[in-house]
Design a binder for this molecule. Sequence first.
Ligand code: OXT
Ligand code: ADP
Ligand code: MG
Length: 570
Amino acid sequence: MAEETEETGALTDGFHLVIDALKLNDINTIYNVPGIPITDLGRYMQAAGMRVLSFRHEQNAGYAASIAGYLTQKPGICLTVSAPGFLNGLTALAHATTNCFPMILISGSSEREIVDLQQGDYEEMDQLAIAKPLCKAAYRVLHAEDIGIGIARAIRAAVSGRPGGVYLDLPAKLLGQVMDEAAGEKSLVKVIDAAPRQLPAPDSIARALDVLKGAERPLIILGKGAAYAQADDAIRALVETSGIPYLPMSMAKGLLPDTHPQSASAARSLVLKESDVVMLIGARLNWLLSHGKGKAWGTDPKKFIHIDIEPREMDSNVEIVAPVVGDIGSCVDALLSGMGKDWNAPPTVWTSAVKEKVDSNVTRMAPRLQNNNVPMDYHGALGALRTIIKERPDAILVNEGANTLDFARSIIDMYQPRKRLDVGTWGVMGVGMGTAIAAAVETGKPVLAIEGDSAFGFSGMEVETICRYNLPICVVVFNNGGIYRGTDENSAGDDVATTVFVKDARYDKMMEAFGGVGFYATSPDELAQAVNAAMDSGKPTLVNAVIDAEAGTESGRIGNLNPQSVVAKK
Ligand code: OXT
Ligand code: ADP
Ligand code: MG
């Protein structure tokens, strides 16, 4: 209330209140594309000591913000201009929500009075209404004195419970609104305990342990929620104390090193089919796990234990006999103390069967990774990159594509948590450069981005951003001349086939165009040399890796999801 403030005569405004509110909450990095009405906001942020990274397209800034949220447990912030900029950022906001990454899309917007009467304002759009179905929460702030509360609500909504995307609408007029500085300062809110621990009910833990005790062929599945939770030591202790084989989902690889003796990564089909009790930790039974039923899960009856912070996730696809609702750190701690020291490891006949399958799959794959073929196949090229990650386990691996994604996932072992960042729940192409940039900025670690040539194209212009900020990112483009393969032919007309790109494209020149380093690699040895040089130098680098145009398969490992025409004419 005005009369309670110390009237100093000094004024503040919407721009500065937004900045002060973010800084008060330790949010100091912004991913944005400037323009009306937020150009000055970015300038003032920079002047106030915040890191403001400008991108070439909002979608990439948004993907950067979403993965920043995943890596830091603080909401990643994407800042966009009204209507078209907002819409460009919206795909990333939806992606963050879908993947349970905390992110806030802050967008400038046009004049409410004109927008609501649809009188044709500059970049007119009812952005709040459009954002709502795509995020966890959406807010608009109309008065400068509400900026503190608006930002506090956005932060809490993004990170508490199941994390997700939040939209915050800041109309242009708000930024220029002026108020007394002391009153403004008082209106700011430092969010206390933004993501409170959520302890599981003791009876849910007892129930889960009972089910686990009765298991003959138990399996733990670790998802990216488990990686997000940053309960790394507790999760490792749970896996090791229980003696249960575990299967990491793609972004949970490295939560325990992939070389861990209990890893069932290389026996995926076997453990899904033959397990009798499955404990999911921060993983959903969505399409990536065949919804917990059907052929992939075999005929043996299953009992599912599910640990998740979101109660409504339980029974979403199949019956969950032991729901454990709470934050993963607390749930895993409670399970561990319930297990005690005398916990019986699962029957050896089960763990040996898993180990045998792992060993045989690993042994079968090993010689294929040694080849030095020209042109390269996926195994040869990824065999070389696998060694590089083994030697540099703290590097962050970004990965997208179809074959490039699927082969890299199974070939490249990860050794540390949250080092593998990929296409996530939607299998979306285009996350590559935004993800690589945020990974470098947020962690200061070197980044290796392994990209299909199609995948890279969605965000390729951001190589300029990488050069501009001189980030330690090495992009390897798996250039097979197309989507899945470079060999399709159009059976009618002169246009090339729909999945085919320009032959012998030189993606390396794109990086050189902006002052970075380009390499052209035709063999696994050349590829290893180039990537090692890039990782040693820390310079922005792009390696054009020439892959056999025939090597890939349609849609990689998920070709079965393509509908088939029964009346196909050709
Ligand atoms: O147990 P079995 O015997 O089954 O064996 C398994 C493991 O046990 C074993 N394994 C191992 N063996 C030995 N050693 C080790 N270490 C080891 N580890 C594992 O290997 C097998 C396989 O293991 P995996 O991979 O774990 O198991 P599986 O069965 O594959 O798992 C199932 C899934 C579903 C969990 C897994 O497949 C998965 O995670 N898939 C994700 C797939 C995905 O998301 N794909 C991306 C989307 S594809 C498509 O949509 C594309 N588009 C369209 C498009 C998109 N997506 N987005 C937008 C915005 N617009 C359009 C496009 C345009 S892809 C694409 C571009 C593609 O072209 P590119 O040029 O970019 O790429 P290229 O294909 O390279 O040309
Ligand atoms: P994956 O794709 O790796 O299988 P998903 O994205 O499907 O993983 O699942 C992640 C799950 O983790 C979501 O259901 C989300 O609610 C949950 N989750 C995220 N953070 C936490 C946390 N701190 N505690 C408990 N569950 C969490
Ligand atoms: Mg390709």
